[in-house]
Design a protein around this ligand. Sequence first.
Ligand code: BCR
Ligand code: FE2
Length: 379
Amino acid sequence: MTEAPSAGASESGSADRHERGPEPGAATVRGDVTAASERVDRWFARRPAVALAALLPIGAVTPLFPVEVGVATFALGTLAVGMAHGAVDHLVPLRGAPDVSLPRSIAVVSVVYAVLGGAVVAAFFAAPVAAFVGFIALTWLHWGQGDVATLAVAGVGHLPSSAERWLALVVRGGLPMGVPLLAHPEEYRLVAEWIVGLFLVDAGAAATAVNPLFTPAVRIGVGVGMAAATLASVGLGYYRVGNGRDPGGWRRDVGELAVLWAWFLLAAPVFAIGVYFALWHALRHVGRLVLVDPEAASAASAGDAVGALARFGRDAAPLTLGGFLAVAAVGVSVPAGVAAPGDLLAVSLVAIAAMTLPHVVVVAWLDRRQGVWRPGAGS
Ligand SMILES: CC1=C(/C=C/C(C)=C/C=C/C(C)=C/C=C/C=C(C)/C=C/C=C(C)/C=C/C2=C(C)CCCC2(C)C)C(C)(C)CCC1
Ligand SMILES: [Fe+2]
């Protein structure tokens, strides 16, 4: 098996064991699975979280820099790991289920990408402000979904019901999407105008169109909602610990929440989200993909991080390029054209939005196979 037992194992192991997980219940690999899960959690989640905490002083001065510093950081993070984290989606059904062949896995995921990705781009042409809001909501969901999966795979004990996991999702996804709106509305607004301005070419049209999103009522509502949801999630976890659940997972959750709150309150939004996307969300997902790939997982269980990453990189390389071609395709099709670094960020975000919807579907399928949202299936 290649999944953490705590997240609920997916069945695997019929035909090609080099491409799929080995047979379930194979006692000889159980220790390796635990070793792989622990190492992957350390390399791809816990150490990067410590690194983000160490970067806080740098994040705190970024509001003094021009937004282009953030744009360059976002581009670098997307190039280094952000794009690659979705570029193995076509192998996820193959590795997550026993009865899916390689051609079927690729065909199904490609169709999902074409249909849903195309629909997202069409939505930006038809109703750019609504599509932008939809993208923020989708990212909220997806980044929350990613963090809950990491906690579930790590086997934390303080989120034993699906309701508590959903609350954790709201909090984790809301930190990158909601807190910058509260703390740095001007830069948030700038990015919104850049994105909407790709589709509304009249001067001033984008600024007017996004106005309703930045009223004090919306910002205060998001801020109060996020604070309340965080307190509720932390409080419920504390209650669970009081009732005998493992305190280690709760302490980790609280520590990560504190780092993320501080990061998004202090750092300039584009920089903050660029670093978070690469160092936090994408790396955690890469770790998860390592665990469902038997070769990468066995490298991980042997302590070979480079080997595990090399295997992932080999799988991800071709469609990482495909992802950048999707960015280029959006770039040539937008009415306003691409003239400045801000336009480049906006085009990348629209292309990323188009890839995010199908990516969420693939990840939700993996969540289901691994029992991430099933009460009691986890810890
Ligand atoms: C498989 C496949 C493929 C590939 C894929 C890929 C490559 C994917 C990727 C994916 C991805 C790569 C995803 C991502 C995600 C991300 C996200 C989700 C993000 C978001 C962000 C945001 C939303 C932000 C915003 C902002 C800023 C930046 C600042 C401030 C303000 C705001 C908040 C607005 C292809 C198509 C070739 C083909 C078919 C199959
Ligand atoms: Fe993702």
